[in-house]
Design a protein around this ligand. Structure first.
Ligand code: FES
Length: 910
């Protein structure tokens, strides 16, 4: 390779760089690896995601598609080197508008925006959509990006926090600057000097036994390969899992693979050599076994068993029963029934799994993308046979997660490689590896019957769902238990029986994905509710309001609810429902080949783990130099916990949020805040932060002998506390320093009060629920079967909007993913393993969103707040599907509602 290298000159930000470059090298790799321009992100290496977008002679270009030689003598701009004034305005606009969540797409989007803004300084929405159409964002739903780009040239700086309580303010995210200036460190961005590259040898089939040949001989023939690792090298327990009693997933398969792409060996060596290796000649032979890919095939009597101790391939069953559901259906005035199927859905975060590891002071240190640092520490240590305190996890910024980065991926593999070679190592999944090996949303096959009395009041429901949990347990048990609790929807259902099964197949492991099965169940229940409303002769929104849960109502699990904001949400939607219906009718009167329709659906979602302890601990300390540090161990994967938790802590203490210095997450520096999942961080970690702030405030009151604080200032080794006209100062340098380095410190833990569910699913599975409802307006092309979503109106009861800007961002991002679930996303193992064949919503697919934040404070939440992240996705798909039916009569029974399915359903309706 080296003798074919050629001299090239790249002009980057006005500076000319002379390089030697092999003809096959991508410009993106040269910019990142040779010139350290890490704002150029790699999401697919195929031109599908646009994360590597740079400007070449002023025009946007995917750097992964361009050979570096082709850029010889071109002027290249990356976010680090672009015109400073325009870059600064865009950065501030993105922060002011909340247009960057995880931030992995942000540099590419900003480069595309720069090209546009030079040609059209004040673009309209259509121009922004056209210019940014080649860059994908999985987090934001694009609406705030559009606003930020349109406003960039009017932006005069970063919006400052107002001098009052932080909670309730739309302050820009506190950790936002590195996301918008391109300096954020994601999993692939840190490579230690001398680091070796790891690649995995993966199974080329769904189910097989395997054995290795002469791996030592294979290595000996390749001098730059330093080591091969197989399961024989694993010193600890070769089985990890998010639910420890069910841990079943090997870091490297031992002699039996259960899904396509399962890793069986690692090859470690010089990065240039290992990157270019053809691993198809790795000495491993395969003996295929029969396989199943659907929950129906996995459950048949003669299906090949994946795990000896799980008969019938059943991982777990779930059940919630109350009253007499069958009798209620028999006695009902109206009964509807239906069967619905959903598909595997890929998380499709723009950042494939990646990380680096090295030894530091005798501790294995792993910096990788994750949603669960403490769980990573415990599970990785177990696999490696190390005590947990010999493993340190420093989460890299996560370029999207949505549930999948809760499971271990690169972490134990990095550890194995570092321990074997004694060298720093790094690993980056390709897009195809990521899609094969990461967890997915569970496909489900669900049947339900729902009955109502003559007045339209729901009297009973029977539900069963089979969920394809794939090869390993992951979060299958959570889905199987959460679904029966939620399958009634947020509606009074006095007689109820909901059952579920998680069934193993040789598909990819299904795990956590924003909603844990509730979005699938909501499709079943909400589509049947439209049938039932029709039978009852009631308006669809009025039918839902009639049956909506309210304060004091019991859930099917027997829990008495408080602070239920669903009716408030439906009431807020009512005028929009009327207006949307009139608009659709007016359009339909004028068009024959396209029809518009409207749909509505609701959601509820219990925040936190189901019927399990899930505490968070927050530490808040003041140094002798008067610095206030918030040790915040919750990973912020774009949802905003770094900002929201700081706002809560600042107000609880009584200090400006600007004074808060964020520490972590890092298992060496931060207490355990649990996993970023199940919409638990604002609620649970927020409660811990509130308690820590209050405890520290109480300590300050004691020290200053004041009864209340109306002001608190920190500076020059002094703390000054005010109570109206009185002020007292403390010389912090005179106070003793504790083990954490603080002169004043509070550490508080909050664990939501839940109880286990009994054999009928009765108990208190969650301490707090959030509620919401959405209206979808769609247009269906009657000839093509295509659906265009025109508008979503979303009302969500957040209890207390800690940061309305970030809450709206969650709503818009969740709606985008719900739209994908409804209309386009279907992961087919072995077929849709890249972002070319697996489609997610682009900027052109995303409709305008009207967000209505409803605040019905929950006494259990911090300052009344409830979780939001999962809730927002749940109603979108059923609202869209109900709108399709309203437009053209098509009753969709399998999602996504691809055009051929819409056409078939229209035909069936006729
Ligand atoms: Fe766009 Fe995360 S902010 S992908």
């Amino acid at each position: 390779m080296k003798d074919r290298a050629q001299n090239i000159s790249l002009s980057i930000g006005g500076e000319v760089h002379h390089l030697q470059c092999h003809p096959g090298r991508r410009l993106s790799d040269v910019l990142r690896d040779d010139l350290n321009l890490k704002s150029v992100k790699i999401g697919c290496d195929a031109g599908d995601c646009g994360a590597c977008t740079v400007l070449i002679d002023g025009a946007q270009q995917c750097a992964c598609l361009m050979p570096a030689l082709q850029a010889h003598c071109c002027e290249i701009e990356t976010l680090e080197t672009a015109e400073p004034d325009l870059s600064q305005r865009l950065q501030d606009a993105f922060l002011n508008h909340g247009a960057a969540q995880c931030g992995i797409c942000t540099p590419g989007i900003m480069m595309a925006a720069m090209e546009l803004l030079r040609a059209a300084p004040h673009p309209d929405e259509a121009e922004v959509q056209a210019a940014l159409g080649g860059v994908l964002c999985r987090c934001t739903g694009y609406r705030k990006i559009i606003k930020a780009v349109m406003a960039a040239n009017e932006t005069t700086g970063l919006r400052a926090a107002q001098d009052c309580a932080a909670v309730g303010q739309s302050i820009p995210r506190l950790d936002g600057r590195p996301k918008v200036d391109g300096s954020e460190i994601f999993g692939a961005d840190h490579v230690a000097p001398g680091s070796l590259l790891i690649r995995a040898v993966r199974a080329p089939m769904y189910h097989a036994d395997f054995s290795f040949g002469d791996t030592a001989g294979w290595v000996a023939e390749r001098p730059d390969v330093h080591a091969v690792i197989t399961a024989r090298d694993i010193a600890g327990v070769n089985a990890f899992g998010v639910i420890p009693p069910l841990a079943d997933q090997p870091a490297l398969a031992e002699s039996h693979i259960r899904y396509l792409g399962e890793p069986v060996a690692l090859v470690i060596g010089d990065p240039d050599v290992v990157e270019a290796l053809d691993l198809s000649d790795f000495p491993v032979s395969w003996k295929p076994r029969p396989h199943s890919l659907t929950e129906a095939d996995g459950a048949v009597a003669d299906a090949a068993l994946l795990h000896k101790n799980r008969p019938d391939n059943t991982l777990i069953c779930g059940n919630v029963t109350c009253g007499t559901a069958d009798a209620a259906l028999q006695d009902a005035a109206h009964v509807v029934s239906g069967r619905f199927e959903t598909s595997y859905v890929e998380h499709a975060y723009i950042e494939p799994e990646a990380g680096a590891a090295w030894m530091e002071g005798g501790v294995l240190t792993i910096q990788a993308c994750t949603q669960a640092p403490v769980m990573d520490q415990e599970e990785t240590a177990k696999v490696l046979g190390l005590p947990p305190d010999k493993v340190r996890i420093i989460p890299a910024a996560a370029g999207g997660g949505f549930g999948s980065k809760l499971d271990l991926t690169v972490q134990p593999l990095l550890g194995l490689a570092v321990l074997k070679t004694g060298r720093p190592c790094h690993m980056v999944f390709s897009r195809t590896e990521s899609m094969q090996a990461s967890t997915k949303r569970h496909p489900g096959t669900m049947q339900a019957s729902i009955g109502a009395d003559a007045d339209g009041r729901v009297t009973g429901m029977v539900f069963h769902g089979d969920f394809n949990t794939g090869a390993y347990a992951s979060w299958g048990p959570t889905v199987a238990t959460r679904v029966p609790v939620h399958a009634s929807g947020p509606y009074r259902t006095p007689n109820y029986r909901a059952t579920s099964r998680a069934i193993h197949t040789n598909g990819p492991t299904a795990g956590a994905f924003r909603g844990f099965g509730v979005p699938q169940a909501a499709i079943t229940q909400e589509l049947l509710y439209d049938d039932l409303a029709e039978k009852c002769g009631l308006d669809r929104l009025a039918f839902r309001r009639l049956n909506a849960l309210a304060d004091g109502d019991k859930t099917p699990s027997g829990q008495v609810l408080q602070a239920v904001g669903l009716r408030d949400c439906l009431d807020a939607l009512a005028p929009h429902w009327t207006r949307a219906g009139e608009d659709a009718a007016e359009f339909n009167a004028r068009h024959a080949d396209r029809k518009r329709g409207i749909g509505v659906a609701s959601c509820w979602y219990g925040c936190g783990n189901t019927a399990l302890s899930n505490p968070s601990t927050i530490r808040l300390g003041i140094t002798a130099q008067a610095r206030l540090r918030l040790h915040q161990g919750a990973t912020d994967i774009g949802q905003g916990s770094n900002t929201v938790i700081a706002q809560i802590a600042a107000d609880a203490l009584g200090v400006s949020v600007d004074a808060v210095e964020l520490i972590g997450p890092d298992t060496a520096l931060t207490p355990d805040c649990g996993k970023t999942s199940a919409s638990r961080q604002t609620f649970i970690t927020g409660r811990a932060a509130e308690a820590a702030g209050q405890t520290l405030r109480a300590a300050i009151l004691r020290l200053t002998n004041l009864s209340d604080l109306t002001g608190l200032e920190l500076g020059a080794g002094t703390l000054t506390a005010r109570q109206d006209g009185t002020h007292r100062s403390i010389d912090l340098t005179a106070l003793p320093v504790d083990a954490h380095g603080y002169v004043l410190c509070a550490e508080e833990t909050y664990d939501p009060p839940t109880t286990a569910l009994d054999e009928n699913g009765q108990g208190t599975p969650y301490a707090v629920y959030g509620y919401g409802a959405q209206i979808a307006e769609v247009e269906v092309d009657l000839k093509l079967g295509t659906t265009k979503v025109l508008h979503i109106t979303a009302a969500h009861d957040v209890g207390r909007a800690i940061n309305p800007l970030l809450a709206e961002g969650q709503i818009e991002g969740g709606i985008a993913q719900g739209l994908g679930l409804a209309l386009m996303e279907e992961y087919i193992p072995g077929q849709t393993e890249d972002l070319h064949n697996y489609l997610i919503p682009t900027i052109g697919d995303m409709p305008p969103v009207t967000s209505l934040l409803i605040e019905k404070p929950d006494p259990e939440g911090p300052m009344g707040a409830k979780g939001l992240g999962e809730h927002v996705l749940i109603p979108t798909a059923p609202a869209i599907l109900n709108a399709i039916r309203d437009a053209c009569g098509a009753k969709i029974t399998k999602v996504p509602a691809l055009p051929h399915r819409v056409l078939a359903a229209m035909k069936a309706a006729r």
